[in-house]
Design a protein around this ligand. Structure first.
Ligand SMILES: Cc1cc2nc3c(=O)[nH]c(=O)nc-3n(C[C@H](O)[C@H](O)[C@H](O)COP(=O)(O)OP(=O)(O)OC[C@H]3O[C@@H](n4cnc5c(N)ncnc54)[C@H](O)[C@@H]3O)c2cc1C
Length: 462
């Protein structure tokens, strides 16, 4: 009988189009392993909502392949499992977090010492970050030429089906990963909204391509409409690969004979924003913690835990901001447009450091992602690569009126405002009698905007 191979599942919780798993399965019996490593540097261990999703996703995967669950430092756990099982090869998908390269190097060296073959594969991204360079051989710092270079390199390879495999994990013990909230159980809204796992991801993709893609180009910014794919958490956990999404989108576009071209291209461009964020993270690993533009480190941020708490709880007195923060708390997700508005409010209206918002999102989002989250927070703050200019301060009233014109989104998440007429829904303070149950504005936006612009002008060189 062939000796087993160890398949280390990470953010690639799928069997189809998983190069590492396909290679492991081709060699003989497979031991599937997942490690909860809470000892990673920088305090970026998974937040609460991510853990909830991970629990469900592992359960879903384990209905297809028995999976050994262990806690501990990934390099040590892998060494232990290799010893316990006599596996002769290790297969895994590359991770791009700032600490992952060193960890993967240690694991490779350990394997070499023990005579175990160690194989690392791509697949989390369409393009390895090193493979896309500008004319001078440097990494891109601006999205548009980056995305042009991606398109110019042609469509990515086609996805591969799940392989047949032989399971070799029969006798191995698993740890309790203890991923679910205990008391209080805050995950009810997440259970209602999500079906983590490979089949949930594909069901969502089909629904999106059949029903929503047609409205994507013109409607993706509408916070009240279901016009985006909602695939981000599935992509983040690798339940679906970007190659599968790309190919399915191209097929849908071809079938529609031109009718989906504008929306399809726009959607693929958004998928490339994810690629761009990992391109940046890979080349500039300071992204999650430090401003890409170093002068922003001198910005006079305010230390204001009380205001931060009002923002986190959706009690700012600005309907679109509060709706977004409450949607996040309830479902683990927030519409992209609203993410920009709430982030701008925290950073520019309240002058609270972007890292505080980034951390809150890290804990609350089911798609909390070290690449996309850090790049996006820095984009809004103006300190990232290709960032929004510092003088762009989102006006929460105008944003609400434009992207939630009837107030449907606000009314869904802010019950105190359900009786308010359309004309006042984004500025209830102008009503003759504002609803008593809804909080007063914590700051007046016009004043806050001027204050922010003064403060930002003081940082040199921006
Ligand atoms: C402050 C802030 C924080 C964010 N944090 C995260 C995060 O932690 N994780 C995350 O996946 N996205 C993050 N985003 C990006 C974006 O909001 C989400 O990817 C998007 O809302 C997910 O919804 P969707 O799947 O319906 O997107 P769609 O519009 O259907 O887009 C398809 C896919 O493209 C990718 N994508 C779209 N927009 C972006 C973007 N701006 N940056 C990177 N990738 C993008 C996502 O993988 C998404 O699933 C953040 C944006 C902001 C402004």
């Amino acid at each position: 009988m062939n000796k087993p191979s160890l398949m280390w599942f990470r953010q690639d919780l799928r069997l189809a189009d998983n190069a590492a798993f396909i290679a492991a399965a081709a060699k003989g019996p497979v031991i599937a392993l997942f490690i909860l490593d809470d000892e990673i540097p920088g305090d970026w261990r998974w937040g609460g909502a991510s853990r909830w999703w991970l629990h469900q996703s592992l359960q879903s995967l384990s209905t297809k392949i028995p999976i050994v669950l262990r806690r501990g430092r990934a390099d040590q756990v892998i060494a232990e499992v290799l010893r316990e099982t006599g596996a002769v090869a290790l297969h895994f998908t590359r991770d791009y977090a700032p600490w992952a390269g060193a960890l993967e190097k240690t694991i490779k060296e350990n394997c070499e010492r023990e005579g175990v073959a160690c194989h690392r594969y791509g697949g989390f991204l369409l393009h390895e970050p090193e493979s896309i360079r500008n004319g001078s051989g440097e990494p891109y710092k601006v999205y548009t030429p980056f995305s042009r270079a991606c398109f110019a390199s042609g469509d990515p390879r086609l996805p591969k089906p799940a392989p047949k495999f032989e399971n070799a994990a029969h006798e191995l013990k698993s740890d309790d990963l203890d991923l679910l909230p205990t008391k209080p159980d805050w995950a009810g809204g997440m259970r209602e909204h999500w079906q983590p796992g490979e089949s949930g991801a594909h069901a969502l993709l089909s629904r999106f391509l059949d029903e929503a893609l047609v409205d994507y180009a013109d409607g993706r910014d509408r916070t009240d409409k279901p016009f985006t794919s909602r695939l981000s958490a599935h992509l983040h956990w690798g339940e679906i690969s970007p190659h599968q999404i790309w190919a399915a989108t191209r097929n849908a576009m071809a079938r529609a004979g031109g009718a989906l071209d504008a929306s399809g291209e726009k959607f693929l461009k958004e998928v490339l924003w994810r690629e761009f964020s990992y391109h940046l993270l890979n080349h500039f690993p300071q992204f999650p913690d430090h401003p890409f533009k170093p002068e922003y480190a001198d910005f006079p941020w305010v230390n204001d835990p009380a205001s931060l708490r009002l923002w986190q709880r959706g009690q700012t007195g600005y309907p679109i901001v509060d709706a977004g923060m409450r949607e996040l708390w309830h479902t683990g997700i927030m519409h992209n447009r609203v993410r920009m508005v709430v982030a701008s409010f925290l950073i520019k209206d309240l002058l609270i450091p972007w890292q505080e918002g980034e951390r809150w999102f890290w804990d609350c989002l089911v798609d909390a992602d070290i690449g996309a989250n850090s790049a996006s927070w820095q984009w809004v703050a103006g300190c990232g690569a290709d960032a929004s200019p510092y003088y762009r301060v989102f006006n929460p009233v105008l944003q609400g009126q434009k992207f939630d014109p009837d107030g449907e989104y606000v009314k869904r998440w802010v019950p105190e405002l359900r009786g308010v007429a359309r004309d006042f829904i984004h500025m209830p303070w102008d009503l003759p009698v504002p609803p008593k149950a809804y909080p007063k504005r914590m700051v007046e936006h016009g004043f806050a905007r001027d204050r922010a612009l003064e403060a930002f002008k003081k940082i040199k060189k921006i």
